[in-house]
Write a protein that binds this ligand. Sequence first.
Ligand code: PMP
Length: 447
Amino acid sequence: IQNNTSLLEFGKKHVTAGLARSVDGVMTKGAGSYVEFGDGKVFLDFTTGIGVTGLGAYTMFPRNDSSHVEHFEGHCHPKCSIAFTEPYLQLIERLLPMMPDPSLDSFFFWNSGSEAIEAAMKMARLFTGKQNIIAMQGAYHGRTFGAMAVTKSKTIYSEGFHPLMPGVFSIPYPYWHQLSLPPTTEQSEITAQCLNQLHLVLSQQTAPRDTAAILIEPLLGEGGYVPAPAEFLKGVREICDKEGILLIIDEVQSGFARTGKNFSIEHAGVRPDIMTIAKGLANGFPLSGVVSRKELTDKLKPGSMGGTYAGNAVACAAAVAVADVLKEEKILENVNARSKELFAGLNELRSKPSVSPVILDVRGQGLMVAVEFASPTGTSPYDSFVKPSAPARLSSRIAKRCQEKGLLILTTSVYEVIRFIPPLNITQEDLNKGINIFSEAVEEVVR
Ligand code: PMP
């Protein structure tokens, strides 16, 4: 295939229509906070492949020098069930001190976030001898069969693919939309209502003796970028302890310094029984993991967990390098400094008289931040999913305008939300550049 245009046409013809893409182009390379396309266009990348390349775009290696290349040398045997590999064990050594609770001391690695979710649910069933899972409305946990059953952000992920895995119940996420409350509602009110819903589900639909686990993203990702109030997470933990239910915390998108702590759940000081990790773990290499307590994982029979590429040595070596860079380059400090600037920039935009009526909320943790817009009159946030003729969402128009100005930025699955998930090591200069482009785009679109 000769040139960029014919490559793109080839892709459109031969890649399944089920793949949605943000940019109509072929990405060829990346460095730091920038990505380049085959037609020569360069974009500032505030998507990081949805939180994957936290330490730099698509360079794969977390550093541009070769200091970590040695990690990869000689590690090409992928199968962890033949024998442990050094990178697999080195990775566990790096991850142990990062865990949100010292009780999390038993690891298993997979390839994707979805597989980690599947494994977490299987483990919860085996550890408790119970079946049912309570998931959150608006949640995204993946597209494989079990993960699809607990994904509740929009029907596109399950439409046409039913019947789903049985034994899944749901309660609203502590997000005002899901309770039909105004955005100004106190967090305590939202928390009380959601905990009440949990009590209702446990008394009306799935008794505690049938409920294996409650599965939560501590910062709702695809469903709107909403941090769960600490009091809500603490309340869920209490119910789990009282009723013998396990708490599965999905940190696939929010983990690895993304929220200004190693894991988002640390903001609430709550202990997970099982935690899923992926994305930022290996900066673009396919690697995910499930973490739990040895006392629980000892119940697994040898052979019940595994997969050809699960925890392959090359991906583990990349993750070892990521863990080292996070520590050595004090990435958490950068995330927290840049986060303050991001919030300041977005709140400044919000204070402008031309913009303030359309911005409902600026929220998030660290560099996982959202701006939510008011839906223009007459359009429901769901219209563009159900009616192809519906006018494009305001947030989609803003994202498109940003793209025209050289900034790649993402919406979320629902409502009028733009999410900011830039590289964790982004410079002050690049962050400001992105905020300026976004601010201009918003003013132009809402004018
Ligand atoms: N959980 C969360 C919170 C996610 O954000 C995602 C991916 N967006 C997944 C699970 C699924 O991960 P994967 O796409 O690697 O299967």
